[in-house]
Design a protein around this ligand. Structure first.
Ligand code: ZN
Length: 274
């Protein structure tokens, strides 16, 4: 049975998200480790750790999404304490899957050198944190960003010293916003082939199945509920159910919706699989 879950918002504790996942009956969920309202790292005490531990038999994987303050490709130049604080917190919670955007290598003009800078950072953190898996997600930004063009991941892989600790997440809304066509069936097929040629299907750990609020190539990172955006339900369903992708877990990163709509959206995607 394919694992399908939601990105869940939390207030003060990861237990907000974990309890919601249990209520929804989803074997996986994703969350940030920051309180988005106050933009501070959540507090974790021994009580939280014990409560989460008690729910773990019901939860297969917790995907921690790194905060947007982390600029991975820029770490070599500027350092970034946020990443190390979030890794420490994830480890205390016994969560080993950290999703990160590759970030942008500000000040480096040659794109191959930007990919080098990202590889350098990944080679250091995978060495320092052998128990963690770092899941790199495609983004939709241009300029000095790495990882919007999927080809970047192919070049990155050649430079990784511990590739088994670096996997990938495909975000459909980001791909669409960057300019990939997921709507035309032939172009969607080309896109899946490109995923295989660059990330490698066997290295894709997760799919962020999101609709996009803006048109293809807009470079605007704004998600829409499935069916309410520019990719549309039919194309997203075809993508999700493609046999090459159909065993990869799905996380829906929904915009804020009226009460009950989040549950309905999850059920819709679950129903595709019945
Ligand atoms: Zn995403």
């Amino acid at each position: 049975m394919r694992h399908i879950g939601l990105h869940l918002r939390l207030n003060d504790s990861i237990m907000d998200a974990a309890s919601e996942a249990v209520r929804l009956g989803t074997p996986i969920f994703q969350c940030f480790l920051i309180n988005q309202l106050h933009r501070r790292l959540i507090k974790v005490d021994t009580h939280t750790i014990a409560s989460l531990q008690a729910l773990r038999p019901k939860i297969h994987t917790i995907y921690i999404h790194g905060s947007y303050w982390i600029n991975l490709a820029g770490l070599q130049q500027r350092g970034n304490r946020a990443l190390f604080r979030e890794i420490e917190l994830a480890k205390r919670l016994e969560c080993s899957h950290l999703i990160l955007h590759p970030g942008s290598a500000v000040g480096i003009s040659n794109h191959a050198d930007r990919i080098d800078a990202l590889a350098h950072v990944l080679n250091k953190i995978t060495k320092d944190e052998p128990a963690m898996t770092f899941i790199l997600e495609n983004t939709c930004h241009g300029n000095s960003s790495v990882g919007s063009n999927l080809e970047d991941f192919y070049h990155l892989k050649q430079k990784l010293e511990r590739p088994e600790q670096v996997t990938f997440c495909v975000d459909t809304a980001h791909a669409h916003a960057y300019g990939y066509d997921l709507v035309d069936p032939d172009k969607q097929n080309d896109f899946i082939e490109l995923i295989d040629q660059t990330m490698g299907l066997e290295n894709v750990e997760l799919i962020h199945l999101n609709d996009a609020a803006h048109e293809q190539g807009s470079r605007i990172d704004k998600h829409a509920a499935i069916g309410n955006g520019c990719i549309g339900e039919s194309a997203l369903k075809t993508f999700a159910l493609d046999p090459r992708l159909s065993s990869i877990p799905l996380i829906l990163e929904l915009p804020i919706l009226p009460d009950g709509d989040e549950d309905a959206m999850l059920q819709k995607v679950q129903c595709w699989h019945k």
